[in-house]
Design a protein around this ligand. Structure first.
Ligand code: PLP
Length: 493
């Protein structure tokens, strides 16, 4: 494809994308295809001869679009949103044009420096403690990763190394000694990562990858499924009794199932007594809400308890997948754990210590130019436009929650609606005469009859969720927490 062909093809593609976007509500939100639908429509092997764009483009509408789940559809109320906007698409286009696996500053200085600038813009827009800024005396800063899961495992590795080396230093073991290596190998088997049982599965997976143990701490329904100090203290004592050493914990601002928020203020004194425990705050979805001062004033200053904080622009903040923003109070913990030098990376700018080489802040070597799309979105919308988007979603969520409350003869809210997410279920009392009648959603069934009614409510709720999805008018997710099944409706689209 030469420049003239590209011009024609790109114009045609852009027109098709605009038409697709404008008509998105007309498409079925879930595709009707069966597993294995695509391969029979395509040749068994790649074409020997070049094909013109005029032959390739029609396959988008005929073969690909029918197999898409439309995450941008207003009928999509499942999981969490995955938004995209025109400025963000333009960022992707330029990023593709300037492709560079910019692992070192030298590999594309603008790529590195724009990332530092937009991460500082975001930290300020979220009103995060100044320790997370690249100019902070603590050595803070932000970096863009592919996903929240990647951010978790990256921080876990940094936490593990920080914990092990601090312990070996305290024991007076010489750096790079055999004795130290042996001690580290022994201690690793005792390390345990923690989170509440409501935290995203990425913490458990991260521990698996980091080669340490993992324990979850039950969060109580009577506390809105938020992790509290008493439960954390009990878990830490149990670890000690079992000879385990907690080195990392994920706290969550907006859990996946119900958007619960852990009790950061109440947990702070407990965490202070464990200075070697790395605290990561996972705000993958709800972190976007911190763009609004009325919400950041409730949460942002509390983020000071965290060594690291992560939010996904690619969920609720107008930037397309992938753009996961990780902020740390001390970048040296990342670079000490993840920096491997090799002769082919050496250059005078790295040696000068004056530049950032983001390869040392992450697991992969190469990295995409993701800062462009964040930069375009922040400039095109302005903070005001971004705030308007969040407030609008929260308002729609409140309208929906009020509709559920208005049918309290049929439904009950499982937890208070939070950040545009409403979780509700069939009221057990309408299903039978068990003891669950006339109870609150945080009722814990004691008798066999209560339990049976609860189980029926779970089964009926799940059945209703499945029926709604089968009808295809909207797509939503069922989940369960604290033995209660419920339907989640998210308004972020
Ligand atoms: N953390 C939370 C709270 C989430 O809800 C999710 C996904 O929905 C994740 C982490 C994982 O996000 P990612 O796909 O960016 O790894």
């Amino acid at each position: 494809m030469d420049a003239d062909e590209f011009r024609k093809a790109a114009h045609a593609a852009i027109e098709e994308i605009i038409a697709f976007n404008q008509n998105i509500a007309e498409y079925p939100v879930l595709p009707a295809v069966k597993p294995g639908f695509l391969a029979p429509q395509l040749p068994k092997s790649a074409p020997e001869k070049s094909e013109p764009w005029s032959k390739i483009q029609p396959d988008i509408a005929s073969k690909i679009v029918p197999g898409l789940t439309h995450w941008q559809s207003p009928k999509f109320m499942a999981f969490f949103p995955a938004g995209v906007t025109y400025p963000s698409m333009l960022g992707e286009l330029y990023s593709a044009a300037f492709t560079a696996p910019a692992f070192n500053w030298l590999c594309s200085p603008a790529c590195t420096e724009l990332e530092t600038v937009v991460m500082d813009w975001l930290a300020q827009a979220f009103d995060l403690p100044k320790e997370f800024l690249s100019s902070s005396p603590s050595g803070g800063g932000g970096t863009i990763q592919g996903s929240a899961s990647e951010a978790v495992v990256t921080c876990m590795v940094a936490a593990r190394e920080r914990y092990l080396h601090a312990k070996c230093d305290a024991e007076g073991l010489a750096p790079d000694s055999q004795e130290r290596d042996d001690r580290i190998a022994y201690l690793r088997g005792r390390l345990v990562a923690l989170s509440s049982d409501q935290a995203h599965s990425s913490t458990q997976k991260g521990a698996l990858i980091a080669g340490t143990r993992y324990r979850s701490i039950p969060a109580k329904l009577e506390n809105q499924l938020s992790l509290q100090a008493a439960e954390l203290e009990a878990a830490l004592s149990q670890c000690e009794a079992d000879g385990l050493e907690p080195y990392y914990i994920t706290l969550t601002l907006g859990t996946t199932s119900t958007c619960a928020v852990d009790d950061f203020a109440g947990l702070a004194p407990v965490l202070k007594r464990h200075p070697n425990l790395w605290v990561h705050i996972d705000a993958a979805y709800a972190g976007a809400a911190l763009i609004c001062p009325e919400l950041s004033s409730k949460y942002s200053s509390l983020m000071i308890i965290a060594d690291s904080f992560n939010m996904n622009m690619h969920k609720w903040l107008l930037v397309n997948f992938d753009a996961s923003c990780l902020f740390v109070q001390n970048r040296n913990h990342l670079t000490r754990a993840l920096s491997i030098s090799a002769a082919y990376y050496a250059n005078k700018h790295t040696d000068s210590g004056l530049v950032t080489d983001y390869r040392d802040w992450q697991i992969p070597l190469g990295r995409r130019f993701r800062a462009l799309k964040i930069w375009f979105v922040m400039r095109s919308y302005g903070l005001e436009g971004m705030q308007k988007h969040i407030r609008n979603s929260v308002r729609i969520g409140e309208v929906f929650a009020d509709l559920v409350r208005g049918r309290c003869d049929l439904f009950e809210l499982v937890t208070e609606p939070s950040f545009g997410l409403t979780c509700f279920r069939i009221k057990p009392s309408i299903l039978g005469s068990g003891g669950a009648a006339e109870t609150d959603a945080d009722f814990i069934p004691q008798t066999a009859a209560d339990q049976q009614v609860e189980q029926e409510a779970n089964a009926v709720t799940k059945h209703i969720g499945d029926l709604i999805n089968e009808r295809g008018e909207v797509f939503l997710t069922c989940s369960s927490s604290a033995c209660k099944s419920f339907i989640r409706v998210v308004s972020g689209n």
